[in-house]
Design a protein around this ligand. Structure first.
Ligand SMILES: [Fe+2]
Length: 176
């Protein structure tokens, strides 16, 4: 095996490649999520929650296009890698749907828990990627990642508000 030589170019390339690889991961994650969001929408009882999933589906489509723009700026082909983290989160969401009664507020509470876990995962990914883009001197890419990061934070906040104001009130009636 070749030993690693010192020198800036050799040290910089792996970081850029690592960044590109993380982008492929989050690109895969968004695609996986965009297939799952319609299922969340259908499973939701509250019209407000169903609307939130519908809106986030549209936002996710735009985020996928934004990632494609980022790949272009990086001069890489957009290539999705299966995201194991998102796969696990989606499996959890599927279990929530299987384990709760259709039409119940308890199911809506569960859907919000699952969706917020997804949002926090994405916030972690985009927060790190935004910083990494700065580190490799890609200011425009960093700015685009910041836009997505803010959208994920807004979605997380919207879900918190729904849980607080609406869903958990209805769920109280289902305490047994
Ligand atoms: Fe997203």
């Amino acid at each position: 095996m070749e030993t690693k030589s010192s020198g800036l170019v050799r040290d910089q390339l792996p970081l850029t490649e690592f960044f590109a690889d993380q982008l492929r991961d989050v690109y895969g994650a968004e695609k996986q999520l965009s297939q799952f969001l319609p299922k969340l929408r259908k499973a939701a009882t509250s019209p407000d929650l169903a609307m939130a999933f519908e809106d986030h589906f549209k936002v996710t489509q735009a985020q996928i296009s934004r990632l494609e723009q980022i790949f272009q700026l990086l001069e890489k082909d957009p290539e999705a890698k299966k995201c194991d983290g998102m796969e696990g989160l989606i499996k959890e969401g599927q279990s929530v749907i299987e384990d709760t009664e259709a039409g119940s507020a308890t199911r809506d509470v569960g859907l919000i828990v699952s969706a917020q876990k997804v949002e926090h995962y994405e916030i972690a990914a985009y927060g790190s990627l935004r910083q990494l883009a700065k580190t490799i001197d890609k200011a425009e890419i960093s700015r685009l990642l910041e836009e997505t990061l803010q959208e994920e934070k807004e979605t997380d906040m919207l879900l918190s508000n729904l849980a607080e104001t609406l869903i958990n009130q209805d769920a109280r009636a289902e305490i047994r």
